[in-house]
Ligand binder design. Structure first.
Ligand code: TYM
Length: 329
């Protein structure tokens, strides 16, 4: 049985990008693997949430994991901050992570560009903490979206470096995983780029139908094709990418044909897309609302997960300490 690890930051509600890029695969993978799925609350500290925001974000993501179908009896669901062994491994890995390589990562450069006033060391070493999350359970597969590819490459590098440094074959080199398919990128509704939590371009699993209709109707389009079978510009392609994940094949074919022969009415396409999204999210939304009201259940799930995750993590940390040469005098 292979070990699988993945996580989602606790900085806000989950959107369709999180679901189709990652969570859907967590759910598919939980039964056939030794799986660990966590809420990355240490990672969320790079943006300095208030205690109230942090608390609310963590609770929300846990409720959303459960509402989407993660089973706490099958997979280990836990909060990153309940496993301090992760922080220790992060410290150990930081000794062999070089500032130059960290500065060159795309996500770090992006964040520096977007928030020049908050370039903290946690942001710089973000990929090291991710590597610690993964290799603390010696995972081989990591279900993630396309945007995490480079972070996974760095996790492999840090695992390999540790092994080479201490001349051991201890840490497994983790691979990103999407059932043999290319990793997914779900676009936002603003015409370019990926759907994100803070970009204002997302549809969240908890959004109510009215909001979903409003957001989809406002999505960026153009004035429509003028030549038969012309190539789609990015904003239109993006709407079809969203349809690909929520709509029936004959619906998609219908609108593609309309696009091809220049008869498409974007208003109709958006109405259909909005209804298909609502059909997909509505039952999830109801479960999220129910589960978030049940603090006692959430607490129970988190405690069970913490115990299982710590058991696995403390075994790794003990062995890593021994390999490094710390002595238990
Ligand atoms: P985060 O919280 O930004 O996103 C969580 C997961 O959702 C995927 N995702 C997307 N996939 C496709 N299209 C999109 N528009 C989209 N937006 C988000 C992400 O690829 C990710 O899989 N650093 C990570 C969390 C993390 C982690 C880890 C993941 C911390 N430690 C260890 C895996 C293993 C993050 O910020 O993801």
């Amino acid at each position: 049985m292979e070990t699988v690890v993945s996580g989602i930051r606790s900085t806000g509600n989950l959107h369709l990008g999180n679901y189709f890029g990652a969570l859907k695969n967590f759910i598919r993978m939980q039964h056939e693997n030794n799986s660990f799925f966590f809420i990355a609350d240490y990672h969320s500290l790079t943006t300095h949430p208030t205690p109230g925001d942090l608390h609310g974000g963590v609770k929300q993501v846990l409720a959303e994991y459960l509402a989407c179908g993660l089973d706490p009896e099958v997979a280990t669901l836990y909060l990153q901050s309940d496993v301090p062994e992760v922080a220790e491994l992060y410290l150990l890995l930081n000794m062999n992570a070089y500032v130059g390589e960290l500065e060159r990562t795309t996500s770090f450069k992006d964040k520096v560009r977007k928030n020049p006033e908050n370039v903290n060391a946690g942001l710089l070493t973000y990929p090291v903490l991710m590597a610690a999350d993964i290799i603390i359970h010696n995972a081989s597969k990591v279900p993630v979206g396309k945007d995490q590819e480079q972070n996974l490459e760095m996790a492999r590098k840090f695992a390999r470096r540790f092994n080479n440094m201490y001349k051991v074959e201890y840490f497994t080199e983790p691979q990103p995983y999407n059932f043999g398919e290319a990793l997914i990128k779900i676009p936002g509704l603003d015409g370019t780029g990926k759907m994100g939590k803070s970009e204002g371009n997302g549809i969240f699993l908890v959004d109510d139908p009215k909001d979903i209709r409003k957001k989809v109707m406002r999505a960026v389009t153009d004035s429509g094709p003028t030549k038969m079978n012309s190539e789609m510009p990015e904003p239109i392609q993006n709407l079809f990418t969203l349809m690909d994940v929520v709509s029936e094949k004959n619906t998609i074919d219908f609108f593609k044909e309309k696009y091809g022969n220049c008869e498409i009415r974007y208003g109709d396409l958006k109405k259909q897309l909005a209804e298909d999204i609502i059909n997909f999210t509505s039952p999830i939304r109801e479960r999220i609302i129910d589960i978030s009201a049940n603090d006692e259940y959430l607490r129970k799930v988190a405690n069970l997960g913490a115990e299982k995750a710590r058991e696995s993590a403390s075994k790794t940390i003990k062995e890593a300490r021994k390999i490094i040469g710390f002595k238990p005098f």
